[in-house]
Design a protein around this ligand. Structure first.
Ligand SMILES: Nc1ncnc2c1ncn2[C@@H]1O[C@H](COP(=O)(O)OP(=O)(O)OP(=O)(O)O)[C@@H](O)[C@H]1O
Length: 247
């Protein structure tokens, strides 16, 4: 089942064209990696998917319906289904809020009814944090634990898709491996769109991959096929620079 389809989108910052004719689909249950060098347009694609920017042309559809930022009812449903986690676990959590208040944020913002406390306790358990984390503050946690808190916030409303932008890049290698393992576990229930310049991380988590070069898709398909038989010189170059992440 297609969750999101991106259809021939183009985008510019002012006069600077950044994305050209980008099309792809995100399918339920199939983790998708978006890979490219710095500046290739990965984060811009996420901004468009989050509704923070609008495409100059083309369309983004969610379960067949075009993303319409002015349709509040649609956007509420969309936000409930699509959550995000960002790179920096230090700046993405409000230091003045308890873990409970941080994780509760999507439940409050989306006016989700039910027992918020129970949902938060469950989300903490899902990301492997102890229940007593709930009343503590972000500064009491390590980088990897903070990223777990950010993940708990992303999954507490039980979205269908989590957009993860370089979600593990700021972490040291062993923490990165543990968070990738956690993402893999979570992805049994939630599809992940992972943006990264690190092909190793993407290969460990994503069944499908898109290679982006200067705002254009140069290669896309099953990760195993592309890694075994890269067609585009840019993909070969990225592969040659793969870091130490075990597949
Ligand atoms: N707010 C902005 N205003 C103007 N240009 C921007 C803005 N944000 C990004 N750009 C430019 O758009 C292009 C794509 O940037 P984007 O951040 O999407 O790339 P990226 O692949 O995510 O890079 P990185 O891996 O470094 O985050 C780059 O040339 C960048 O300089």
């Amino acid at each position: 089942m297609t969750l999101i389809s991106v259809e021939a989108i183009a985008f510019s910052y002012g006069r600077k064209p950044v994305l050209h004719d980008v099309s792809f689909t995100v399918k339920k249950g199939i983790n998708l990696g978006l890979v490219g060098e710095s500046g290739s347009g990965k984060s811009t694609i996420l901004k468009l998917l989050l509704g923070l920017e609008r495409p100059a042309s083309g369309a983004i559809r969610f379960q067949g319906e075009t993303l319409n930022l002015r349709d509040r009812e649609f956007m509420r449903r969309y936000r409930r289904s699509v959550q995000a986690v960002f790179q920096d676990p230090y700046s993405s959590l409000d230091p003045r809020q308890t873990v409970e208040a941080i994780i509760a944020e999507p439940l409050r913002a989306l006016k989700i009814s039910g027992d918020h406390h129970a949902a938060i306790v469950q989300a903490l358990a899902d990301v492997g944090l102890p229940a007593d984390a709930i009343s503590r503050y972000p500064h009491e946690f390590s980088g990897g634990q903070r990223q777990r808190i950010a993940l708990a916030r992303a999954i507490v409303a039980r979205p269908q898709l989590v957009l993860a932008d370089e979600a593990v890049s700021a972490l040291d290698l062993s923490t990165r491996i543990r968070i990738v393992e956690l993402l893999k576990e979570l992805s049994q229930a939630i599809t992940i769109l992972l943006v990264s310049h690190d092909l190793g991380v993407v290969a460990a988590l994503c069944e499908e991959i898109i290679i982006l070069e200067k705002g254009r898709i140069v290669e896309a398909g099953r990760t195993a096929d592309i890694l075994a038989n890269p067609q585009h010189p840019y993909t070969r170059k990225l592969l040659a620079s793969v870091p130490r992440m075990p597949a």
